[in-house]
Design a binder for this molecule. Structure first.
Ligand code: SD4
Length: 325
């Protein structure tokens, strides 16, 4: 194909892609379109895992990780573990546009966002997130993110245990078990979106509630440049979703963009980034989308079937692409 403008997003988040398309097709910059698209997902609470009221942590609280990156200047703005403010991508953009920083975290990220005019403080819980958390408690807090540690009686407090003790058969949660259970294929968790605008400029963004039942304070790949997303006008862009605790150890989106810079096709670059992780973590679940500056796109995944959404000038509406491992 090789045309722009074009919008590409993880998962079948059609409404988000339509919102970004409407903006970029109307002449907006790639950055503005990414904000439109990711904000739409946050407002719709895509899959109950983006925006307010998704993926509760161990305390039942929802927090937000988000990032935006400008492929012209390589500027990045991001917020991590942001509380009480629902507008993740807008907060990330405020960091990028109005500060010399890249990443703000926790309550200070919320305070910054509110001081810059975003609504808050507000409770980010929803009836769904409360229900999800209640069910998890009732299920002995399974699955969870502890390893070599076991809860005293089903749910926390968690105590350090010597590994290999007799109780490990019952309650002990090893990493392997966790990996297959915490990001179920039913929940899509994260929007990562790339846009190429009419001038050929590229931007990316990511927004997520992170991982359900995470240990409070956990930050995933979402706000990490090169992990959840990456863009460079000279090359193209990448967006990721999946088990961020594993993926952020590899910076898969940086790898995808750098591979394309060396001349690799988007499809091969995406596959290569997945297999790099899979060599060390054969059970991880994750996916990336890759797009080069000509608008040629591809997806690759590991551990689950993945879908991504595209809208370009040669389409009448958003199209969904399915990728198998
Ligand atoms: C995270 N990458 O915080 C996110 C979650 C996700 O599909 O994308 N799940 O780990």
């Amino acid at each position: 194909s090789g045309r722009f403008p074009v919008v590409i997003s993880t998962w079948p988040f059609e409404e988000a892609v339509r919102a970004a398309w409407l903006a970029v097709d109307g002449g907006s910059s790639a950055i503005d379109a990414v904000v439109e698209g990711c904000s739409a997902c946050e407002e719709l609470r895509c899959d109950g895992t983006v925006g307010p009221g998704g993926s509760p942590d161990e305390n039942g609280e929802s927090t937000i990780d988000a990032l935006i990156m400008n492929g012209i200047t390589m500027e990045v703005g991001a917020v991590a573990a942001m509380r009480y403010v629902k507008d993740g991508i807008k907060a990330a953009r405020l960091v990028m546009d109005y500060t010399r920083h890249t990443l703000l975290v926790g309550e200070q990220a919320s305070a910054f966002a509110i001081s810059m005019g975003l609504p808050g403080p507000m409770n980010l819980s929803s009836s769904e997130s409360i229900q999800k958390w209640t069910n998890w408690k009732a299920n002995g807090c399974q699955p969870n993110f502890w390893k070599n540690v076991m809860p005293a009686d089903g749910c926390g407090p968690y105590h350090l245990q010597e590994t290999g003790n007799a109780c490990s058969k019952h309650n002990w949660i090893g990493e392997t078990k966790l990996k297959t259970s915490h990001v179920g294929h039913h929940s899509h968790d994260t929007i990562s979106m790339a846009v190429i605008d009419k001038k050929g400029h590229i931007a990316v963004g990511t927004s997520t509630n992170g991982a359900s039942f995470k240990i409070p304070g956990r930050v995933g790949d979402g706000p990490i440049a090169g992990s959840s997303s990456y863009a460079d006008d000279e090359v193209g862009a990448c967006g990721a979703t999946g088990d961020g605790d594993i993926m952020m150890r590899f910076l898969p989106c940086y790898q995808v963009v750098e591979s394309m810079r060396q001349g690799m096709e988007p499809r091969l670059a995406a596959k290569d980034a997945m297999s790099r992780i899979a060599r060390k973590y054969p059970d991880f679940m994750g996916a990336v989308i890759a797009i080069n500056r000509e608008g040629v796109h591809a997806g690759a995944c590991h551990g689950w079937t993945f879908q991504y959404s595209v809208r370009s000038t040669d389409m009448d509406d958003v199209e969904i692409f399915t990728v198998v491992p």
